[in-house]
Design a protein around this ligand. Sequence first.
Ligand code: NIG
Ligand code: FE
Length: 410
Amino acid sequence: MRTLIKNIKNIIGIIEGPQTYKKAEALSNVEMLANGYILIEDERISDYGSMVDCPDNMDQVIDATDSLVLPAWCDSHTHIVFATTREKEFEMKIKGMSYEDIAAAGGGILNSARKLKDCSEDDLYEMAKGRLEEVTQFGTGAIEIKSGYGLSLESEVKMLRVIRRLSAYSPISIKSTFLGAHAIPTEYKKRREDYINLIINKMLPKIAEEKLADYCDVFCEKGFFTVDETDRILKAAAKYGIPPKIHANQLSNSGAVQVGIANNAISVDHLEVMGDTEIEALLQSNTIPTLLPSCSYYINIPYAPARKMIEAGLGITLATDFNPGSSPSGNIPFLLSLACTKMKLTPEEAFNAVTINGAYAMQLEDEVGSITKGKLANLIITKNIPNLTYIPYMFGTNHIEKVLVRGKVM
Ligand code: NIG
Ligand code: FE
């Protein structure tokens, strides 16, 4: 099957040569080609070029006159498997309660865990599938999904099996993360050591045996898991070849960045509270910082110091953190707008942070995240808009005409 996209006003996000993530000044580089075509053979981009060299004899032709074509977004941090939304907590937040106050009042992660316990795997799957289909229409073509609302062997495995079913159903590339260490369940409050042991001795072996997780996450934060507990859990996961991607420095400067780096984390995520020492430690590592501006927006906490990090020489990834408690949105175009207006990223930096850098944060940089010969044909075809900047500029408008995943219109 040969599909041609022709008369493209501008192809955006071309990368040739070896793939890695973009950092510092290079984060501003977005290669483009005006008046071009993209040729797709089966699932992959087989060629692209200028319209003067456009091939013919195709099985399918898409005319993209007036459109930009971009690589589909890569969302490297989400929690889209959950049983119920938490709009009551939204109302509590409006009345002045903080994220921590709401958790202490019986809301938060433990609230989601109570609801998930009584939800069947099939119902959970149907709801998560709806969310996955929604984010696909926003342009997401690769996604990481976490467990973490189970907090028991049975429910964590149920969540991870849902993620596996989503991978089998959807053409989108999906990575799965085990987040048993998301909160201490109520019944373990007075014996937290037993819960850590449950994660290490029961959950991890079962999950490894069924190959249910690509990564291991811990919410390393005051009131959740300590640096020492995080270290033990990550080391236990490493024995099964499961590398870390962790929740770090969201509410305090907790030492999470350092423990993530020490355990060769693929990424450390959140980073709303960062000191110079943490930036320096990241500069000396291969761990990519992942920032989640829609969480800062929604729970009213500071935005991660993205400019400072980039100017220090780092690369960053942006992701939605789509979850019912701290970021009830999987909308990457809105995220781009927030990153530009609130974190002062340029549209080019924000674009690279949710494409090639997002791919890198899921170890998918050889498969997705750019217009590159041989990569999966995961593409966004826009409506008639003048340029890349227009997407974060005119926020709230849907600029997407079509989304292709593995060469098929979704
Ligand atoms: O990334 N911080 C920890 N976990 C999620 C929130 C989970 C929830 O409130 O349901 C986050 O913000
Ligand atoms: Fe999260």
